[in-house]
Design a binder for this molecule. Structure first.
Ligand code: PLP
Length: 425
């Protein structure tokens, strides 16, 4: 495969952007090689600067559930652009999007729009702290909630209560109130609540962990989180930036039937444009300014182009609910191919979300995910790329399907996965 143009662009980009990219995982750091520079995308396919075509399972990391450049979404964006790009004043479109979101997720009684998933989770936590008057929060090792300082806590550290920053530039004092628990481990959560019964303001969780590869919640785990947070008066925040509108119109909370106090959304909610939303119980959201004393604002919040894309996307999903079982079925076919053909791997699936770990042991949390052979993953990744399948350039990311993936795409991918098995020893 020729990637000469990507090589030139990457070399030049390295002069301008750290690592040549504007978000780290795009640099192919953990799999090696040169990232392909994308020129355009349509449906389930992306095309690079050298004219190579790939079936895309990165899907912009989740937003493009209807496929790239989906007609009604592009039309809505085009139309909105003609009326002006940003006003810094309230619009009808924000109200329409808010209405649709609440219809799908009734737990979001009141909400606020922001411009990214990072902002959504960061602001939800601020509101929860303001509401409870408590500083401490619980997060799970291996869950990612964006790059706000207080949530960039080193995963996998020894003692659960001993947090250390995951990133240089985050003072230890910024994360002193971030307590770490183990995903799918009830005892680790109980321990924190019994140690700090009156100090924990919020517990934030990806209801399906999707940033250490895919790790579904064990049966009863989300119900347990619901119960223990209610018992101790802490706000339960579901980070549904990935799962929102992906596991169904009601997100993971609808899928599993567990209702959080607050929810953070991003990705699909903006239909591929920069968007985040946080919201939840009215009495909690009423602490947010200008009603309450928790300050949070944004020049581009509720942006008319992003809201237009979000409305068109969610309306389509509401009109075509059959998209969800179809996505799940396609995921099932790929999962079957992975399980049947790749030696010594573990595959997790929840709804249409899935990922393959290069370890033969069951993966239930961060530690078990880390047992994966990342070198083997790199070999597998490059084989797929060479054969026209664009998948996550990291062992610890998941695959995203769109409604635009055809049976032919899936068949072709299954065949290449099968062939890949032959080169992985
Ligand atoms: N929360 C989760 C679960 C995510 O997966 C991500 C990003 O992938 C974020 C938050 C941060 O969202 P953003 O990248 O839009 O800031």
């Amino acid at each position: 495969m020729k990637i000469e143009e990507s090589k030139v662009l990457f070399e030049e980009s390295r002069e301008y952007f750290p690592g040549g990219v504007n978000s780290p995982v795009r640099a192919f750091g953990s799999v090696g090689g040169v990232p392909v520079f994308v020129k355009r995308a349509s449906g389930s396919h992306i095309y690079d600067e050298d004219g190579n075509e790939y079936i895309d399972y990165v899907n912009s990391w989740g937003p493009s559930i209807l496929g790239h450049a989906y007609g009604p979404v592009v039309d809505a964006v085009r139309e909105a652009c003609l009326d002006g790009l940003s006003f810094g004043a309230p619009t009808r479109k924000e109200l329409v999007l808010g209405t649709l979101i609440r219809e799908c997720m009734p737990s979001m009684e009141m909400m606020r729009m922001v411009s990214s998933g990072t902002e959504a989770v960061m602001s939800a936590i601020r509101a929860a702290r303001g509401y409870t008057g408590r500083d401490k929060i619980v997060k799970f090792i291996g869950c990612y909630h964006g790059h706000s300082d207080g949530l960039l806590v080193k995963a996998g550290s020894g003692a659960l209560t001993e947090s250390a920053p995951d990133s240089a530039g985050v003072p230890a004092s910024y994360i002193e109130h971030t307590l770490l628990a183990r995903y799918n481990d009830e005892d680790s959560v109980k321990k924190l609540f019994s140690e700090f019964p009156d100090e924990i303001g919020a517990l934030v969780v990806e209801p399906v962990a999707a940033n250490m590869g895919l790790v579904p919640p064990k049966p009863g785990f989300l119900e347990f989180l619901r119960e223990i947070t209610a018992k101790y008066g802490a706000v339960l925040i579901f980070d549904e930036v990935i799962t929102g509108f992906r596991m169904g119109l009601g997100g993971a909370q609808g899928y599993y039937g567990v209702v959080p106090d607050m929810t953070a959304l991003g990705k699909i909610a903006g239909g591929g444009m920069p968007m985040g939303v946080y919201g939840g119980k009215k009495e909690i959201m009423e602490v947010v300014s200008p009603l309450g004393k928790v300050y949070q604002a944004g020049t581009l919040s509720g942006n008319p182009i992003a809201t237009a894309a979000g409305i068109a996307t969610i309306k389509t999903l509401m009109e075509k609910p059959e998209i969800y079982p179809t996505l799940e079925e396609k995921a099932g076919k790929l999962v079957k191919a992975l399980k049947e053909t790749l030696p010594e791997t573990w595959v997790n699936q929840a709804g249409s979300l899935f990922s393959v770990f290069f370890t033969k042991d069951q993966v239930v949390d961060y530690d078990t995910a880390l047992a994966s052979d990342t070198v083997k993953y790199g070999t597998y990744f490059h084989y797929l790329l060479e054969h026209g399948i664009y998948t996550a350039p990291s062992q610890f990311e998941i695959l995203f399907l769109s409604a635009a993936h055809t049976d032919e795409d899936i068949e072709k991918t299954c065949g290449i996965i099968k062939a890949a098995a032959g080169i992985i020893s």
